[in-house]
Design a binder for this molecule. Structure first.
Ligand code: ADP
Length: 350
């Protein structure tokens, strides 16, 4: 029997984290296990605050009843670089022992799962729930927050496309996802955007300009280019400074490519009067979760608590073939993430 369970959110926040905490709380209450919320990811376990409630807080049903639909994470989230160091992980284990916490639910991405794996190896039973908008985990068909992030981007791109249409001008839209292009691809396909650029597929500025020119030649003066944020790191070498300054545009040497700069280059390469850039940014992470994300959070939270209650640990919860499942952390982290290349090719060719 678990004396107490702990729950924390770690890494970048994602819509649905609160819904998952709520589900963990309801499940723990149902099985009669007290629940402790750990604040700011693994930092709370290192007892950095002078006021204990800033690190650890008992989560009663009443405390969490209102948070399920709330954006952000009630427990706060943060990165905790010290946690890479075994000495600090010892402190965390001591905190857990002192608090009589016999199992931990970790809601976060692959980094947070690595932290959970380390804790398991030190004898602390852990279960991971994939809380990240990036959808970059190979073992699961969805991560908590991805669906919400895509829907935020779809709404934004639809609005941007309406204005693009009104003014007959193309648009560049940057979406999140770190090294994963899933948000960009789903957004582009769902909105009928003509060009999508993702980190998984090597690309050059000239290739995108050629695609945009093809759209212009077909009479489409208001194409949308959806770009994943990780693309700037995978772009083939391009002399941004030389190009912009030779076209009479101010630019400092060494300036990195960005959505705004990219729109400026496209405008000049394709001879257009105007091309606007929008960066969707944190709206993707801070949005209210969609029903799909909330449902996954609800099921995942319950499964995590049941696993701990039944003495099963060192696992992560996910979704396969539309069903909530679990598998060992090690195995899950080793799964290669597949990119839907067929859909990408179709999106860029129609
Ligand atoms: P995400 O969980 O969203 O992938 P990060 O990669 O930033 O986010 O990881 C979140 C936190 O997980 C880190 O700040 C650190 O506390 C912990 N973590 C990440 N990698 C490891 C690791 N190899 N060992 C121990 N803890 C880790």
């Amino acid at each position: 029997m678990m004396r107490k369970i702990g729950v924390l959110t770690s890494g970048g926040d994602s819509p649905g984290m609160n819904a998952a905490v709520m589900s963990v709380a309801r499940s723990a209450s149902l099985y009669g296990i007290p629940l402790i919320g750990i604040k700011r990811g693994y930092n709370g376990l290192l007892r950095k605050s002078t006021n204990i409630r800033d690190d650890l807080q008992e989560l009663h049903m009443e405390t969490v009843l209102d948070i399920a639909d709330a954006p952000g994470t009630y427990l706060r989230t943060a990165r905790c670089l010290e946690f890479m160091d075994p000495h600090y992980r010892e402190i965390a284990v001591n905190t857990l022992q002192a608090m009589e916490i016999d199992g931990l639910v970790v809601i976060g991405g692959d980094g947070s799962f690595n932290g959970a794996k380390e804790l398991c190896e030190m004898g602390v039973p852990c279960i991971g729930i994939p809380g990240t908008i990036d959808n970059d985990l190979g073992y699961t068909e969805m991560t908590l927050g991805f669906d919400t992030a895509v829907n935020v981007c779809v709404n934004a791109v639809r609005a941007i496309r309406a204005t693009s249409r009104s003014h007959d001008r193309p648009a560049v839209v940057e979406v999140m996802g770190r090294h994963c292009g899933d948000i960009a691809l789903m957004t582009a396909v769902s909105t009928g955007s003509e060009i999508v650029v993702v980190p998984e597929v090597p690309w050059t500025v000239e290739q995108v300009a050629a695609k945009l020119n093809k759209q212009l030649a077909r009479g489409n003066t208001r194409a949308t280019i959806v770009v994943a944020e990780g693309c700037w790191a995978t772009m083939a070498p391009f002399d941004l400074y030389g190009f912009l300054t030779s076209h009479g545009k101010q630019c400092y040497e060494g300036e990195p490519m960005s959505a705004v700069r990219f729109a400026s280059v496209m405008k000049r390469m394709c001879g257009m009067v105007e091309a606007r850039a929008s960066v969707i940014g944190y709206m993707q992470r801070g949005a209210e979760p969609t029903a799909r994300d909330s449902t996954f959070a609800f099921e995942a939270g319950n499964l995590a608590v049941r696993l701990l209650r039944d003495g099963i640990s060192n696992q992560v919860v996910g979704m396969q073939k539309g069903k909530v499942m679990y598998m060992p952390i090690d195995k899950a982290l080793a799964c290669k993430k597949n990119f839907n290349r067929n859909l990408y090719d179709l999106a860029n060719s129609l």
